[in-house]
Design a protein around this ligand. Structure first.
Ligand code: ADP
Ligand code: MG
Length: 321
């Protein structure tokens, strides 16, 4: 019997992409692959990883590691896995860097918001829960592999850093699949791998007050970009916008900024810093960014004025002295 071995259909290199509703937002992956089968595998692996991280870190899932910590850590030290422990440690480091603007214990107040049903804490609740916000209440014991909270009422939530972690991990996975050009996005956080095959990626920063419009477009290669806005999760009541970014000092939604964008090499850091710059406001936020050579920022204030960090300014004559 004659067996004909025919070559399979030609393998076509090209762009592949997919978007899924996850983590209360959209996660999307867009990549160039030389082999569509490998490309599809890489896509699926990134979504699997996002789902795994969400199972670990979501406060909406009662059986997540973070929910278990929140239930128990005020009573007794709780075992914490290496991965979560490391991300909590990075969060605490960023709290120190931002003088407390970034604080994962914001959730003692944050838990009382439900933006879909327009629920917010009354002023008495804010007053009492505010006293539970302080990152120094979080005690990580690395030798013992445990976490404990210094007082009852303390809660943590990694919502300001977990999506950056997802996209950073996502890009790592793509690299391991041999992908060289990609963009991974989770909500307001994107991590770019390489360029768009000979051209930079163009990443749009939304116009905070015109839905669906882009305010500023930034060309980027091999970088991370995160935007925090007061238009992601919010409701308006009596002329006040109640949104999801909490000023730890007051326990109220941070005011003065409509959106804060941070650009830099690591999406975990850009995610946490965009939330931080939003809380700190234009002046203090840009002063902080000026101390971080690899990071830049674009802030849109409550009057819709746009501010750029030094690294994004036009060079002036002084720069050539
Ligand atoms: P998005 O979730 O839209 O990407 P951010 O990266 O700015 O936006 O994260 C906002 C989230 O960060 C909130 O939904 C909340 O979970 C958390 N958060 C709010 N205030 C703070 C804060 N002061 N420090 C750390 N995390 C915060
Ligand atoms: Mg953020």
């Amino acid at each position: 019997m004659l067996v004909l071995i025919l070559p399979g259909p030609p393998v076509l290199a090209g762009w592949l992409g997919e978007t899924r509703d996850m983590m209360g937002t959209e996660v999307s992956v867009f990549l160039w692959s030389e082999d569509p089968q490998v490309g599809e595998q890489a896509l699926a692996a990134v979504f699997d990883e996002a789902a795994r991280i969400d199972r670990l870190m979501s406060t909406y899932k009662d059986d997540s590691e973070i929910s278990r910590i929140n239930r128990l850590a005020a009573n007794t030290p709780v075992q914490v896995g290496e991965e979560l422990s490391q991300l909590i440690q990075r969060s605490l480091d960023i709290s120190i860097l931002t003088l407390g603007a970034f604080d994962i214990t914001y959730d003692s107040v944050g838990q009382h918001y439900d933006f879909r049903s327009r629920r917010r804490p009354d002023s008495m609740t804010v007053e009492s829960e505010r006293g539970n916000i302080d990152y120094r209440f979080v005690e990580l014991d690395k030798a013992a592999g445990t976490i404990a909270f210094a007082q009852q009422g303390v809660r943590i939530n990694l919502g300001g850093i977990a999506k950056g972690y997802v996209v950073e991990r996502g890009v790592d996975i793509l690299r391991r699949h041999g992908v060289e050009n990609a963009i991974v996005t989770a909500g307001g956080d994107s991590r770019l791998l390489g360029d768009r095959r000979g051209r930079p990626w163009m990443v749009g920063i939304r116009d905070p007050r015109n839905d669906g419009q882009v305010a500023i477009s930034v060309p980027l290669v091999d970088e991370a970009i995160s935007t925090s806005g007061d238009y992601e999760r919010y409701f308006d009541e009596d002329g006040i916008r109640y949104h999801h970014i909490i000023q730890p000092r007051t326990g109220q939604p941070a005011s003065g900024v409509q959106s804060a964008t941070v650009i830099g090499p690591d999406a975990v850091i850009t995610d946490a810093l965009s939330t931080s710059v939003f809380v700190m406001g234009v002046k203090d936020g840009l002063t902080l960014i000026a101390t971080l050579p690899d990071y830049d920022s674009i802030v849109i204030d409550s009057e819709s004025r746009v501010y750029y960090s030094d690294g994004l300014q036009q060079p002036t004559a002084e720069d050539f002295d």
